[in-house]
Ligand binder design. Sequence first.
Ligand SMILES: *Cc1c(COP(=O)(O)O)cnc(C)c1O
Length: 424
Amino acid sequence: MGNREIFEESKKYMPGGVNSPVRSYKDMGITPPVMKSGKGVLVKDEDGNEYIDFVLAWGPMILGHCNDDIVKSIQEISQSSIAFGAPTELELQMGRFLCENLDNIEMVRMVNSGTEATMSAIKLARGYTGKNKIIKFAGCYHGHFDGFLVEAGSGVLTEGIAGCLGIPNESVKNTLIGVYNDIEQVRSLFEAYKDDIAAVIIEPVAGNMGVIKADDKFMETLRVLCDEYGSLLIFDEVMSGFRVAFKGAQSLFNVNPDLVTYAKIMGGGLPCGAYCGRKEIMEKLAPLGGVYQAGTMSGNPVVMAAGLATLNILKAKPEIYDHINNIGEKLENGLLEIAKEKNINIVVNRVGGMMTVFFTDSVEVNTYDDVKTCDIERFKRYFLHMLKSGINLPQSQYEAVFLSSEHTEEHVNKFLDAFRKFEG
Ligand SMILES: *Cc1c(COP(=O)(O)O)cnc(C)c1O
């Protein structure tokens, strides 16, 4: 069966033919490539088309597809350990690795996805502070937990309104919507709900509205406000962790979070997540404390092995990050140059191996409002042109392009050659 046949058949059994909405390419009006295999940066679909992959499973495959060491670690461990639902030494190794190598992390709880990590971190923050409300920023994504699927109401200080069917308004009435990079707006939320804000959760380098790095001063003042009002500061590093730098987005700011969430790269491509932070907070979790959170598959040995294989390579070879940054810079500069020649207005935001090309007449993209100025029709034409040219990109203007250790200058040049032929 080819792409179309498999996808049409899949629609009979799975809503939209997919297990996660973005994969359907509904907005693009085409059948998505149905992936068959991947090695390094090359992926092949069921029609036999080959693409240079800049999606990397939405970030995790920072060492490229089917890295030999990761494959070997999965094969080896699965000879003896697939699942026990009991403590294992591999969990200890992962827990210790995170605590020893990352800042502001004294204890860890492993889970199975980014969503689980962020929703559990929020529950823990509420349990620890005894407060109810959270501030999340418009444009930031923290997974599909009810309390995060919220749109701002009419007034800035309005309580949240569910942005998704099936969520009672009671589930989101404690979610306040912050404006990214607008500290005065956040200050007004704190002033309005003084005693009741359990936590602020933020992507310090946002990737889910396209790449936007938070302002230094904004982040520093967030910390001050959290301290002043007794709220926890949660960094959602599900995407940025081990991505923008080995120590993640944390290392790009002079700000210490109370809790941090990881997933994606941390699992080496297997389903994984973790929330971590200060000991006194983490000890509020059951069995030590009263915040209950559990998982049959949490800390699964195969996942831990694949994750550790990945993290150990990233730690042993810091030059990977230099390489990714160098080719990222080449890609960024090349795109800007070509766009200028072609009279196409773009803004490129890039932090290491995470990049978005915004098709906008704006000079800068620093806020969610800036993101909304993008020409979505042009993005669509760009995406379809690039896919036809063998360049696999995220199918939305609001996502990040990812680079891996396996991308070379040659791959970057192919990207640029394809962009040169884009008609605008
Ligand atoms: C991907 C992502 C999530 C959700 O992770 P899942 O594993 O898809 O549940 C949460 N936060 C951020 C910042 C993400 O990029």
